[in-house]
Design a binder for this molecule. Structure first.
Ligand code: ASP
Length: 434
């Protein structure tokens, strides 16, 4: 059976088992899902180990592949063009995402008639300012940046290191050769980890679904519907539309190819933890050259969060409606700008989007403690929006690669028909070469 199919089966089976345990708790057959031996003793450790394996691969894959990619580009104008195009597309797609969210929220009106009593208040956590985000991109200690998983700092360091390599002639070439060799080994390591995905995905989803408090969903059901619908519309209309317009590629093939990354995002709720899989998918199934993928994917996982921006847009309208606040046209524009920026500053970990939602609410003078109303349903929505976050990274990466002549369409069109995760050394050793 193909690995993608096995991952898919792991996802469905995990959800079914989780829902069954949840139902058994409701029926009183099991006292508490969290303390049930199968959840606490099997699913929890298995899922945690899978996420640890993924996270373990993040820094090595970014460090070696991005340095090789930057070295291949050198200090050429191409690097600037690629970076500019990527950033521009990331921001535009996020702004489109918020606009879709606002439109859907205004059609569904999720907050009308919702009673705000009986919800726990949310305690605002400190969100970083824009200045802090920009200054914080430059590391004083690259090793510390890697240890702390500060992705933007690692990106800045790798680009500088990579750009410096070709500038020192034969010495730089020797160092680059070592990096390329290690990069190949790291990719193989990710391949091994991806083979654990069917089990890891199963364990994570079985645990998550067994713990959901479904009664919360009833209270804010329309909010859940509005966020889900906006996410689906953005994923199924905005990305395919952009892909078609900018690349002319077959969009169904795109959706088929990105499935392993989507399922990993759904089960981990973390763009950062999903990154090794995203990187592998973009290179091996979408045919994006390492020079593009090594830059667009770590950057996208860190700053491009269309799904998060959608949640923030819908949540703002929801909370405004619950509190009876009428939003003006200027207020909607403020939401588009602040939600786009807030999603950029959102950490790529579970639930981080809620922390940054406080900023959007504060701009509109809405009470941040109202976030407590959507807390109970956030985990499932987080799983869904992380899929969209990752989908956006893959789409932009493909567009940038195609527009710069760095997309292997043979791989793009054929990937689902072959064993996509068998690392062929001849293939990897070509990637990232100047
Ligand atoms: N979990 C999301 C991610 O990692 C961030 C969020 O919206 O909470 O992409």
């Amino acid at each position: 059976m193909k690995l993608t199919t096995r991952i898919f089966i792991g996802m469905i089976a995990g959800m079914v088992v989780g829902v069954a345990i949840n139902a058994a708790v409701s029926a009183g057959w099991i006292e508490s899902a969290g303390e049930f031996w199968l959840v606490d003793g099997v699913f929890d450790p298995a899922g945690t180990i899978f996420i640890a394996c993924l996270k373990m691969a993040v820094i090595p894959v970014v460090f070696f592949s991005l340095t090789c990619g930057a070295a291949a580009m050198g200090a050429s104008a191409r690097m600037g063009k690629l970076a500019g195009g990527t950033l521009g597309l990331y921001l535009i797609t996020t702004a489109i995402a918020v606009a879709i969210a606002l439109l859907v929220a205004n059609i569904i009106n999720p907050g009308l008639g919702v009673d705000r009593s009986g919800f726990e208040a949310w305690e605002t956590k400190n969100a970083p300012s824009l200045k802090e985000v920009i200054v914080g991109m430059f590391p004083t200690n690259p090793v510390q940046a890697m240890a702390d998983g500060k992705m933007l700092q690692v990106i800045v360091f790798c680009i500088l290191l990579g750009v410096a390599m070709p500038m020192v002639g034969a010495t730089g070439e020797r160092v680059l050769q070592v990096f390329q060799d290690i990069n190949e080994v790291v990719l193989k390591m990710i391949t091994i980890i991806i083979h654990l995905a069917p089990y890891g995905v199963f364990a994570l989803l079985a645990k998550q679904f067994s713990l959901f408090g479904w009664s919360e969903f009833v209270k804010v059901g329309l909010y859940v519907v509005a966020v889900s619908l906006a996410l689906v519309l953005h994923f199924c209309i905005a990305y395919p539309g952009l892909l078609k317009v900018f690349t002319g590629l077959n969009v169904l093939t795109f959706i088929k190819n990105v499935r392993p990354a989507m399922i990993t995002a759904f089960s981990t709720s973390s763009s950062a933890a999903t990154m090794p899989v995203t990187m592998s998918v973009v290179k091996r199934r979408l045919g994006v050259d390492n020079r593009v993928a090594s830059f667009t994917i770590p950057l996208g996982a860190t700053i491009n969060m269309d799904g998060t921006a959608i949640m923030q847009g819908v949540a703002t309208v929801f909370i405004a409606q619950v509190y009876g606040v009428e939003l003006s046209f200027a207020a909607y524009l403020t939401v588009i700008i602040t939600a786009t920026l807030a999603s950029v500053g959102t950490a790529a970990v579970p639930s981080a989007g809620l922390i940054m939602l406080a900023i959007v609410l504060q701009q509109l003078e809405l009470p941040a403690e109202a976030i407590g109303m959507i807390l109970g349903v956030d985990r499932l929505l987080d799983m869904m929006r992380t899929c969209v976050n990752i989908g956006g990274d893959c789409a932009v990466s493909t567009i940038v690669a195609k527009r710069n002549g760095m997309l292997d369409e043979g791989v793009y069109n054929e990937a689902p028909d072959r064993d996509e995760y068998r690392v062929r050394s001849s293939e990897t050793s070509q990637q990232g070469k100047p």
